[in-house]
Design a protein around this ligand. Structure first.
Ligand code: HEC
Length: 174
């Protein structure tokens, strides 16, 4: 009787262990899926040390009056080190900032920023978070997902980057 009980105990223990191991595995997997990068304006301060990907002047077919555009302004687009697209999308932690300067080189308007936040954030926009922040980084003017940021205007215009080879993963510049 005692041996049977011990065997039952051992079996129960083994079962418990395997369930635990299975749970551990599952939680690691779901952590991967929920990996999220939540940026604050402080994360953008260093943008001048990121890679300058493009310098634009003059009109752009998509831009119209967005981004406080003025044909005399220079638009510089900076990518952080993580912002390297592979398999058609940017990884979580990618940050892309656009700066406007006048013909004297003075920063104008506000910074527009895209952050690949990932996790469960903004599934309609492949995990991007849209920001517009004051040029001293003290104030967030707008922030959020496709529907909320800029009353939906950021995403509705940037969706054009996803078609006709205009850009990649909501980003025009590449
Ligand atoms: C009417 C169209 C339009 C709207 C609205 C718009 N953008 Fe853009 N955006 C562009 C275009 C076009 C570019 C490409 C660079 C250029 O020509 O200046 C761009 C560039 C950018 C970039 C650099 C990465 C890239 O896609 O090239 C960021 C970051 C950005 N926009 C953020 C925003 C945010 C945040 C908003 C909303 C607050 C917004 N944009 C609203 C058209 C738009």
């Amino acid at each position: 009787m005692r041996t049977i009980l011990t065997m039952v105990n051992v079996l129960a223990l083994a079962l418990l262990l395997s369930v635990n191991l299975a749970c551990d595995k599952k939680s690691t997997d779901s952590n991967d899926e929920e990996q999220e990068f939540v940026a604050t304006t402080q994360d953008f301060k260093d943008y001048k040390n990121w890679t300058l990907k493009a310098t634009e002047t003059g009109p752009d077919p998509f831009l119209k009056t967005a981004h406080g555009v003025n044909d005399n302004f220079t638009r510089k687009i900076f990518f952080n080190a993580t912002a390297k697209a592979s398999n058609g999308e940017y990884p979580v932690g990618s940050m892309i900032l656009k700066e406007l300067t006048d013909d004297q080189g003075n920063v104008q308007g506000a910074f527009t920023v895209m952050v690949k936040r990932g996790g469960n954030f903004n599934p309609d926009g492949n995990g991007w978070e849209w920001f517009m922040v004051s040029t001293d980084f003290s104030t967030v003017i707008t922030q959020g997902d496709n529907a909320t940021a800029g009353d939906g205007n950021c995403a509705s215009c940037h969706s054009a980057a996803n078609v006709n080879n205009n850009g990649l993963d909501w980003v025009f510049t590449r």
